[in-house]
Structure formats: C-alpha cells, structure tokens
Design a protein around this ligand. Sequence first.
Ligand SMILES: [Zn+2]
Ligand SMILES: [Zn+2]
Length: 377
Amino acid sequence: MRLFLRCFRLCPRRGRLRLPTGLRDLWSYSRLVLRSLYFNTLTNTDVVMDSLFEPVFWIVDHLTRWFGMVFVCLVVVLTSSILIIAYFCLLPMVLDTYPIAWIVWHICYGHWNLVMIVFHYYKATKTSPGHPPQVKSDIPAVSVCKKCIIPKPARTHHCSICNRCILKMDHHCPWLNNCVGHFNHRYFFSFCLFMTLGCMYCSISGRHLFLDAYRAIQHLKSLDVEPQGVPVTGVGWLLGILPPGSAPGQSYHKTPPPPFTFKDRMFHKSVIYMWVLTSTVALALGGLTLWHAILISRGETSIERHINNKEIRRLHKNGKAFKNPFNYGRLTNWKVFFGVEKRSHWLTRVLLPSSHPPYGDGLTWELSLHRKDPIEV
Ligand SMILES: [Zn+2]
Ligand SMILES: [Zn+2]
C-alpha cells in the first residue's frame, strides 16, 4: 500500500520530467496567456460577480431603454384621459351646480396645476442631465469612469442605460426616459410634486361624485342579477301574475325601461376610473416625492444615500462619525436645489414655470466645511 502511494505521488513528477523542453515551454506560455486575459491585482469578488451578471445587466438595461418610450406614452395617455374626463364630465357639472366663488377657484387652481405638470414633465424629459467633458480638462476629478475612460468629477456617476457619465446623478427614470441629474433634477422633483398635488386635488374634489357613481353602478349590478321576467301561461294570467293591461297571448312581462342611459353609465364609470387612478397615483407618487424631499433636505442624491450609508457604517466601526460634505443645512439645501437667490424667487422660480439653470455647473462643488452662506436671501 505504501509503495502504491509513493508511486502515485511520484509518477506525475517523473511524467513532468519526461516532457520535452519545447512542450513544457509551450504549456507555461499558454498558461501565462490565459491568466493574463482575466487576472489583475484589483480582481475581487465584486468584479467576478459583475462579470458573471453582465449578460443579465445588459438585458435589463436594454429593456429599460426600450420600455422608457412605452412609459412616456403611458404617462401622456393616462394624463390625457384624466383631462378628458375632467373637461367633459366634471367641468359642466361644476359650472351648473357650484357657486361662482368655487367655480373661479376650481378653474384657477386646476389650470395652474395643469400648466405646472405639463411644463415640468416636458422640461424633465427634454433637458439633458449634464455630462462631464469628453476631452482633457483641468476640472478636479475624484476617479476615472471604467466605461467611458474619462475623469469623473465629484457626484458624477455612470448610467449603464444611457451609457454615459451623468453630473450629480440621482437615478435613471424610465417614466421620463431620461437620467435625472444636475440640470433636470429640479424639473423632475417639481413634476412629482405637482402631479401628486393634481392627483390629490382630483381625488379629494371628486370623492362625492365617486361615491354617487359607485352606488349607481352597484344599483345597476343588482338590477342585472334580478330576473327580468317570469314566464307565464294562461293560468298565470288568470292568477293575476301579469301586470294590468297585458294581453293573454303575451308570455313575458314587459321589461321596464333602464334606470340609466348609456351616457349615464359612461359618466359613472369614467368618474370611478378617474378617482381610482388619481388616488393610487397620489399615494404612490406622494411617497416617492416625500422620499426625494427628505434627500434634498439632507443634500443627497438617491445614489449618494447608499454610498453615505456604507460610509456611516464603515466609520462607525472605527468609532468615527460621517459628515456629508454637500449638506449645507436644510434651508440652504432647498435654496440651492431650486436656485432661489432672493425672496421673490420662491414665487417666480418655484410656484411658476421657470427655465432658470441650476446653481453651479455640476462639475465643481463647494464643500460644506468651506461654505458659510452661499446664497443670501
Ligand atoms: Zn461613464
Ligand atoms: Zn440614464
């Protein structure tokens, strides 16, 4: 047995020694070439996992890019359907039944909200989020993009769907079919805010109509379930089952006229559709808007939230505290975000449509440590 094990151990050595020198060199060279294809000193498990999942990412990126156009069409179609219902079903009723003060308020608020939604959506989809320069420049960079092979300024991240680096990237939004970055972040947030307000407005002001329409539909359903007539014979007629005036030759009751016309049914169903859609969007988009409002108050983007959370945990283990260098204080963060430089700008730049550029160029950022009062109000 011992002899067998010794042979088993020694045989490969003897076999290798027996290999001709040329063949051995060829084997070493092939192994070196193979290793040089995938090995480098920075390789870790993250790189390996990224490489393995690269086909999955590729499919998801391409699907998101394609579905972006579908989602934009969906936003336009759904918003237009709500507008059609509002103009053709609700507005005539408001004009007929509401007092003049309420009519003025509804018309003014509704149209202001509509203009804000359309303006900010159009600007959010059409405005480029901003990209770092492709040529060599003196802009301070914090790293180099592995995909674009260009220096990345602070707060810049690579979007795999757009396949470009984005200045102060927040996220890629399929509903806009565009990245949300430095130059369109304000438009994106304002769109979310005014769309939520618009949906809440429709949901709250249409709640009584919705309840009436819902009751009417339920009433209709109950009528549909009941039998429309009782088959009768001559005996039935004799027993008095037939209504007065029926002839003996008739075999069924006369069907009563429908309580609602086709137009009434369409009105009720449209009101229910509008209320359900606007209430659902108000809840979902309201949550998203609130989350972004918290991030803006902290001077963070969605991507930075994840990065900063990791930094907080890492430094906490070493007994240190993390401080976000782009957090200038809650009010100042909002002023920087909306580009408010004086008091009147809260009205002209926040509550009215405005195309003013954001604060800064998105390439260089002042750190909160070196910043006293960036915008005097
Ligand atoms: Zn890049
Ligand atoms: Zn993108």
